[in-house]
Design a protein around this ligand. Sequence first.
Ligand SMILES: C[S@@+](CC[C@H](N)C(=O)[O-])C[C@H]1O[C@@H](n2cnc3c(N)ncnc32)[C@H](O)[C@@H]1O
Length: 285
Amino acid sequence: MERESDYSFDGITQLTEKEFRLISDLIYSKFGINLTEKKKALIRGRLHKLIRNEGYKSFEEYYNAVVNDKTGKNLLMMVDRLSTNHSFFFRESEHFDYLSNTILPEMARRLERENSPDLKIWSAGCAAGEEPYTLGMILLDHFDLQFFRSKPAILATDISITSLAQALEGEYPEERIKPVSDVYRLKYLEKAGPGRYRVKDTLKKLILFKRLNLMSETFPFKGKFHLIFCRNVMIYFDNETKQRLITKFHNYMYDNGYLFIGHSETLGRGTNLFRYIQPALYQKV
Ligand SMILES: C[S@@+](CC[C@H](N)C(=O)[O-])C[C@H]1O[C@@H](n2cnc3c(N)ncnc32)[C@H](O)[C@@H]1O
């Protein structure tokens, strides 16, 4: 029989059914991330080292420390380990083609008509910065820097502090910048040592990185956005959480603004609020 705080023969702390429920319920209620039974091995794998290093005897002891920590730091560390932060430059490149060929010219006309210097874009769930930096390269290619009188044009948010720290640093191994074309590489990246590249300041200045939980009831924004990218984030949410978030995106978006989601995702009921443009791209109605 499985005991509450057992150690397996390989020295890895066991995760009991009760502990799995406690942790998955906590992560769901705070961050909307739905860790199903299938993710049990993932939870155990991603947390066991932390548990051993910090000297906890069991997952339950660790869980209690997290919920009793008034600073909330332990909870952030927990979600940091459990969230999937995989991303890459120019991911789902059809989006960026449509952005440069159709949306940005349309936005430029719109902003001129409205006499507004403010193109506002939100990368919601920006991981280690690959998505907002890709967007920034395309923006700078389309408009010159002077266009962005009220900088930064891109707000990039995530819940993961480790990912945000990497994003702010803006340094990547050569392997990670492979999808960036030579032209963009030359314009927007610089060498940061052997096999490493750094995002140039002109590009960095366009982006504001902030920690933000998409589950928060309200978001601390003064204005609205023309474009919202929330790609490959809602796949971790259940339908109810996803619909609540889609409604919030609608509220924080200018009329006729665009919502980009991941290519393996759908809006479901939220499509009443947006009209379909092309796969994984919707416009506010
Ligand atoms: C798989 S990455 C997607 C990154 C990028 N958008 C892309 O498509 O490549 C998902 C990101 O969503 C973030 N995330 C998950 N739940 C979140 C929440 N409740 N609030 C804010 N960010 C969240 C994760 O930390 C992770 O960095």
